[in-house]
Ligand binder design. Structure first.
Ligand code: PEP
Ligand code: MN
Length: 257
């Protein structure tokens, strides 16, 4: 019987806040079974006065986390001016939900870092056609590296009431069933959940729908109590460990023909 491909598990804090915080969490998520480390340096926040990330000052910590854990790292790029510099410090460039439609950014990333693996998050109001259009921009402008797609929830009338966004598991299933869709698609259960207690269920739902992996926000005491962004949705390394174990079982069942 052909073996099921192992899940991609990208885990770490929403934002890189300090060396101690990031490296402690990086070590803990590796021990829990993560395959990649995440951490935001540049944060796309709704309010201009909210914490915007420590930016260039913490890019070197991505290298440190990589050296410490030997795991590839993932961070978000916001500005075309930073492409080369950020790409030097990360294995995967994340294009966030708010930038899926930013064709200038897509074009410049494709032209300036054509071999880089890209994690492209679906816009929170984007159709499948629009997502494919964004991928099209990357290819058209010379991108040759791998592209990983991420479903991270869409805006619906439920916004804020019991969830931050609605996780569109249907989208994951539809992409996986589309013979012309050749990209790995992973699920982000953290941003639609908005609350730690919902994250585990959403992770399983995404994997059951056929997702090839998970990107998930993890923090731990004492950093979780004072997190500067998305504090309420950070799960602990212990929860991550259980999610990985169960997600692997669900993944096997989901991939049985
Ligand atoms: C993130 O992953 O930190 C993030 C900001 O995600 P999104 O673009 O999906 O909101
Ligand atoms: Mn976040």
């Amino acid at each position: 019987m052909p073996k099921t491909k192992p899940l991609i598990i990208i885990a770490g804090p929403c934002s890189i806040e300090s060396e101690k915080q990031f490296l402690t969490i990086a070590k803990a998520v590796k021990a829990a079974g993560a395959t990649h480390i995440r951490g935001g340096a540049f944060k796309p926040r709704t309010e201009p006065t909210a914490f915007q990330g420590h930016g260039h000052d913490v890019l070197h910590l991505l290298d440190k986390a990589n050296q410490l854990t030997k795991l590839p790292v993932v961070t978000e790029i916001l500005d075309t001016e930073d492409i080369e510099q950020v790409a030097q410090h990360t294995d995967i460039l994340q294009i966030g939900t708010r930038n899926m439609h930013n064709t200038a950014l897509l074009k410049k990333i494709a032209q300036r870092t054509p071999q880089k693996t890209i994690l492209l998050k679906r816009g929170f109001a984007a159709t499948k056609k629009e997502l494919l259009g964004a991928i099209g921009y990357l290819h058209h402008h010379g991108h040759k590296g791998q592209i990983i797609v991420c479903e991270r929830g869409i805006r619906t009338f439920a916004d804020g009431e019991y969830s931050r966004f609605t996780l569109d598991v249907n989208f994951i299933a539809a992409c996986k069933k589309d013979p012309k869709f050749h990209y790995p698609i992973i699920v982000d259960p953290s941003h639609p959940a908005g609350k730690a207690e919902l994250v585990e269920s959403l992770a399983y739902a995404g994997i059951a729908a056929g997702a090839d992996g998970i990107i998930i926000e993890v923090s731990m005491s004492p950093f979780i109590e004072v997190a500067k962004s998305d504090k309420d949705q950070q799960i602990t390394p212990a929860t991550l460990k259980r999610i990985i174990q169960n997600a692997n079982k669900i993944h096997k069942i989901a991939n049985k023909k």
